[in-house]
Design a protein around this ligand. Structure first.
Ligand SMILES: Cc1cc2nc3c(=O)[nH]c(=O)nc-3n(C[C@H](O)[C@H](O)[C@H](O)COP(=O)(O)O)c2cc1C
Length: 342
């Protein structure tokens, strides 16, 4: 039923992208989204190239469907998140898709990946950054709007940003990220000209995500005004705005009371045990001990639509079935060949 430039580009059934989520994502989550007919992304974050290779092998053990690897382009407290060696792993493993997040990738990475037959997408947060990615040769551009959970740069919501980028990029397909967590919001993104949706927060509350049980419960309990964009988190990635659930550490910093320097918990991240400093940006997983009131609980404004923790394949199918019904399904032949509602 769905047939547009994104489904054809990757040979997938549903124009649904499972967002890369370092630390809380998992090979199981990536594989579940791909097995449901969408495309799951796997984001290692600043782990070693060997860990990336292991992650890719794990995905392949769980799925033979296409999937993508998501690279953060940034220097972090753990070192550069993406290096030539990481890109070489993607090429050696012949992953179907590579996605770059936060900063634009090195131009040579794009040509090396393309030469190996790998599709390359970039993530934009404005018309200008989308134009830059198109000029670099991206096969599609993910447009992340202000509602998105986790690290977020855009000042604009999807209603303004998406149509502006769709118009500016003309033939390059656009994928909407931010605020999409049910059939209604997915349908709205398609009506604005997106050819696929990229979903993070809704999948964070899936069985397969590695978020701690308390983190998931807080997502289910949260309302639409329970998130905020802040720069307080991240000795590991300083001064980067993040949308998170409000908690005590956020409230304290809003009142100008910075927390005393102390450890807030312990976890395992990138294969080693880690003592979490105050305002750590490391998200709590099943391996984390500590007080969630002090932790970084990345989540999007779409958290209002998260009402239960479900298997990821169920989430993908429900969202896309509802979106299809709202768009009008076969009756109005949507999405049309161009994928644009013009
Ligand atoms: C918990 C969490 C962690 C995230 N981590 C990453 C990441 O490591 N790499 C990345 O490219 N995007 C990351 N994102 C952003 C997503 O790629 C995506 O843009 C966003 O989730 C879309 O908005 P939504 O949360 O409203 O669905 C993260 C999002 C969340 C909610």
């Amino acid at each position: 039923m769905w047939n547009n430039e994104i489904t054809r580009q990757l040979g997938i059934k549903l124009p649904f992208v499972g967002a890369g989520m370092a630390i809380v994502g998992s090979p199981a989550l990536t594989a579940a989204v791909s097995n449901a007919g969408g495309i799951g992304l796997f984001c290692l974050g600043p782990g070693t190239p060997e860990m990336l290779a292991d992650g890719i092998d794990s995905i392949r053990r769980l799925s033979s469907a296409p999937f993508g690897v998501d690279f953060i382009v940034e220097e972090t407290g753990f070192g550069p998140a993406t290096t030539e060696a990481h890109v070489e792993v993607a090429i050696a493993k012949r992953v179907p898709l590579a996605v770059f997040f936060w900063n634009p990738p090195e131009e040579r990475w794009i040509s090396e990946l393309n030469r190996a037959g790998i599709k390359v997408w970039g993530t934009a947060y404005s018309v200008e950054s989308a134009r830059r990615l198109k000029a670099l040769g991206a096969d599609a551009v993910i447009v992340q709007s202000h509602e998105a959970g986790g690290h977020v740069r855009s000042d604009l919501g999807a209603m303004s940003l998406l149509p502006a980028v769709v118009d500016a990029l003309e033939r390059t397909p656009i994928i909407a990220a931010g605020g999409i967590a049910d059939g209604r919001t997915a349908a709205a993104a398609f009506m604005l000209g997106a050819q696929a949706v990229c979903v993070g927060t809704r999948l964070l509350a899936s069985d397969e995500s590695l978020a701690s049980a308390e983190y998931k419960e807080r997502l289910v309990r949260a309302h639409g005004d329970d998130t905020v964009v802040t720069t307080i988190f991240g000795p590991e990635w300083p001064d980067a705005p993040m949308r998170v659930l409000k908690n005590s550490s956020v409230a304290r910093s809003e009142q100008g009371n910075m927390p005393p320097k102390q450890l807030i918990g312990e976890t395992v991240v990138f294969g080693r045990s880690y003592k979490m400093p105050a305002n750590s940006a490391v998200l709590p997983t099943t391996q984390t001990r500590g007080d969630h009131e002090e932790m970084c609980l990345a989540a999007g404004a779409s958290v209002a639509a998260v009402r239960s923790i479900e298997p990821a394949d169920q989430i993908v199918r429900d969202m896309m079935t509802d979106a299809w019904a709202l768009i009008g399904g076969n009756n109005v032949k949507y999405p049309p060949e161009t994928g644009r509602n013009r």
